[in-house]
Design a protein around this ligand. Structure first.
Ligand SMILES: C[S@@+](CC[C@H](N)C(=O)[O-])C[C@H]1O[C@@H](n2cnc3c(N)ncnc32)[C@H](O)[C@@H]1O
Length: 344
C-alpha cells in the first residue's frame, strides 16, 4: 500500500479549518438563541440535567453540545458547567450570529443554484436578518445616526424608521431620546409582530407605532402634526428598494417626501460597496465581516453601491448630503457610511 505523504495530517488540519469554523459558527448561534450562554452566566456551576430542564432541552444532546463547546474553550466542566472568559465575551456579539448565520445560513446553502446563469435570488430569513442587523447597529450605526440627527439641529419630534426590522434599533433611539416619538415601517409581518412585543417589553406603547408597509408607502402614513417636526431614517433599506424597484423609484421616494416636507431631514445609512479595496485582503473587520457581506448582497435581492454613487443620487434628487462614518474604535474600515439629507 502506498504510504501517505509525511505532511498529510498537517495539510488536512490546515485545509479543514474553514469547516471547523462553519460548524462552530452554527453551534454558537443556536446555543445563543437557546439561551445556553445566558443561563450559564446567570447560574454558573449548573449540571447538564438542571440546565436541560431549565431550557426545555434533551439532556443527552445538550451534554454533547456542552462537551463540543468545552473542546472549543467556551465552557468548562468544573463540577458543573461554567463559561470561560471566551464564553463570557461571546454574547455581546450574538447579533452578528443572528444576522449572518440565522439570517443568511439558508442563503449559502443555495449558492450553487443561484450562481447558475439566469437564476433568481437566494432566500434569507428576513426576521433574523433585520433583528441581527438592528442588534449590530446598536454599537456601530446608532451613534452614527444620532450624530447625524443632532447635526441637523432641527430637533425632530417624530422619527419615521423605514424598514425598521424588529424595531430594536428605533427602540434604542427612543430610549436615548425621551422626547421623541417613533413610527416604524416594515413590510415583513413577522418582524412587525416581534417589534410589537419589544415595544411592550420596553414600555413604549404610548410613543411608538408600527405599520406593515414598504418605504414607498411613506405618503400614506398618518403623521402627527401633518408631518411637521418629522424626520426620516433608512438604515440598510435603500439598498433593498434599489434592487426591488430600481434607481428611479428611490429618487421618486426622496423627491416626493421632500416635496411634501421641504424642511425635513432624512438619515441614510448604507455600506460603501468596496469589495476590491486593498483593505479586503488585510483588514481584520473587512475579512471577517465585509467579505461575506458583499457576497451575500450580490446573490440576494439587494444592491449595494459605493458611497460616491449614493452622493451623486442624492445630488440628482436636489438634496444636500452631509456624510459621516462609524467610530473607528468600532469599525475602522470606514465602509459604513451615513448621510444627513436636506433640501437646500
Ligand atoms: C438589513 S435590514 C435593516 C433593519 C434596520 N433598518 C437596521 O438598521 O438594522 C433590512 C430591512 O428592510 C426591510 N425591507 C425590505 N424591503 C423594503 C422596502 N421596500 N421598504 C421598506 N423596508 C424594506 C426588510 O424586511 C428588513 O427588515
Amino acid at each position: 500500500m502506498k504510504r501517505p505523504p509525511p505532511d498529510y495530517e498537517r495539510r488536512a488540519i490546515e485545509h479543514i479549518q474553514p469547516i471547523r469554523q462553519f460548524f462552530l459558527a452554527n453551534v454558537l448561534h443556536h446555543s445563543l438563541q437557546l439561551g445556553v450562554f445566558a443561563a450559564l452566566a446567570e447560574e454558573p456551576g449548573t449540571d447538564t440535567i438542571s440546565l436541560a430542564y431549565r431550557l426545555g432541552l434533551d439532556a443527552r444532546r445538550l451534554g454533547a453540545l456542552l462537551t463540543y463547546l468545552e473542546n472549543e474553550n467556551y465552557v468548562l466542566d468544573d463540577e458543573g458547567w461554567t463559561l470561560t472568559g471566551k464564553g463570557r465575551g461571546l454574547p455581546t456579539f450574538a447579533p452578528w450570529y443572528q444576522m449572518l448565520v440565522g439570517g443568511y445560513g439558508i442563503t449559502f446553502q443555495q449558492l450553487s443554484d443561484v450562481l447558475r446563469a439566469g437564476a433568481g435570488y437566494a432566500d434569507r430569513d428576513t426576521l433574523q436578518v433585520g433583528a441581527g442587523s438592528c442588534g449590530i447597529g446598536v454599537t456601530d450605526t446608532l451613534p452614527l445616526a444620532l450624530h447625524l440627527l443632532d447635526t441637523a439641529g432641527t430637533d425632530p419630534s417624530t422619527l419615521v424608521d423605514l424598514g425598521c426590522g424588529d424595531g430594536a434599533f428605533l427602540i434604542e433611539i427612543l430610549d436615548r431620546r425621551p422626547g421623541l416619538r417613533g413610527i416604524g415601517v416594515e413590510p415583513n409581518p413577522a418582524s412587525v409582530e416581534r417589534a410589537l412585543e419589544l415595544r411592550t417589553e420596553h414600555g413604549l406603547t404610548e410613543r411608538l407605532d408600527f405599520v406593515t408597509a414598504t418605504a414607498a408607502d411613506v405618503a400614506k402614513l398618518d403623521l402627527p402634526d401633518g408631518g411637521r417636526g418629522t424626520a426620516f431614517m433608512t438604515a440598510f433599506v435603500l439598498q433593498e428598494m434599489l434592487e426591488q424597484d430600481g434607481e428611479q423609484a428611490v429618487l421618486d421616494l426622496l423627491t416626493a417626501t421632500f416635496d411634501a416636507f421641504p424642511s425635513t431631514r432624512w438619515v441614510v445609512v448604507e455600506m460603501d460597496h468596496q469589495p476590491t479595496s486593498p483593505l479586503m485582503g488585510t483588514h481584520g473587520m473587512a475579512q471577517a465581516f465585509y467579505n461575506p457581506y458583499f457576497l451575500i448582497h450580490t446573490i440576494t435581492e439587494q444592491r449595494l453601491e459605493t458611497g460616491d454613487w449614493w452622493s451623486r443620487l442624492f445630488t440628482r434628487a436636489g438634496l444636500t448630503a452631509t456624510r459621516a462614518t462609524t467610530d473607528p474604535r468600532v469599525d475602522s474600515t470606514g465602509f459604513e457610511i451615513g448621510f444627513l439629507l436636506a433640501r437646500p
